[in-house]
Design a binder for this molecule. Structure first.
Ligand SMILES: Nc1ncnc2c1ncn2[C@@H]1O[C@H](COP(=O)(O)OP(=O)(O)O)[C@@H](O)[C@H]1O
Ligand SMILES: [Mg+2]
Length: 222
């Protein structure tokens, strides 16, 4: 379902090209639950953004369902992102003027499903994340970890087939990390959602089915 071939991305630094992603190859089947482990600065976020079509590679291809995403028009690419993929960003931000439920429903307002149809789904997701008593709260009234969990719920509202998660449990305590992983697993098992999780935690990586390591832009299978 995801096929990455000879992917390169370099940034110009001090007149030189710094290779953030260096000849990466990766094939991910539908329903896989895998992780990329690597230190800060190893190129994980860059790779995830390349796969999700947010950053254009210098060379190489990213195919989603056999479609080279950089052959698509801008509108086709954003449609693909809207319908198939969802990001959980490393530094996710909620909309401060929307309450918790409306933040979770936000991606649905761009999609085809009616917002009202998804209200129950939003509440269900928030309950699973232990936020049942925060439905009407505003982001500023939540702790960092609670905001993070709302952002995670938001990623699931459109029922995506692929979740690209960048350090999804970065600032969460152990107990909450477990809840997040349980949520991921239940989607993976029930809906065959594909997960690509990027992390610097070998603990978290160890709980996925297949692991890769990223070092200075290069990817190896573990
Ligand atoms: N937009 C950018 N411009 C210049 N350098 C960048 C940019 N984004 C990332 N880098 C550099 O590329 C390397 C990989 O960054 P990143 O993908 O964020 O790594 P990670 O997510 O593993 O911490 C780092 O050395 C970083 O400084
Ligand atoms: Mg990163």
């Amino acid at each position: 379902m995801i096929q990455v071939e000879h992917l390169h991305k370099a940034y110009p630094i001090d007149g030189k090209q710094f290779k953030a992603v260096d000849d990466v190859n990766l094939t991910i089947k539908q329903g896989e639950f895998l992780s990329i482990l690597g230190h800060s600065g190893s190129g994980k976020t860059t790779l995830l953004n390349l796969i999700g079509g947010l950053t254009k590679p210098n060379s190489g291809t990213v195919k989603i369902d056999n479609q080279d995403i950089w052959q698509l028009s801008d509108s086709e690419l954003s449609e693909l992102r809207n319908e198939k993929m969802n990001f959980i960003f490393q530094f996710s931000s909620l909309i401060p003027t929307l309450n918790v439920v409306d933040n979770v429903l936000l991606p649905a307002t761009f999609g085809k499903a009616k917002k009202t149809d998804l209200y129950d789904t939003a509440v269900e997701l928030l309950e699973m994340m232990g936020l049942a008593n925060k439905l009407r709260a505003y982001p500023s009234q939540l702790s960092g970890g609670q905001q993070r969990r709302v952002a995670i719920c938001r990623a699931f509202i459109n029922n995506p087939t692929i979740i690209l998660a960048d350090e999804p449990t970065g600032d969460l305590d152990e107990e909450t990390e477990k809840e997040v992983l349980n949520l991921f697993r239940s989607f993976n098992e029930k809906k065959k959602t594909t997960f690509l999780i990027v992390t610097h935690s070998s603990d978290l990586a160890g709980k996925t089915d297949r692991q890769f390591r990223m070092t200075s832009g290069r990817l190896e299978s573990l």
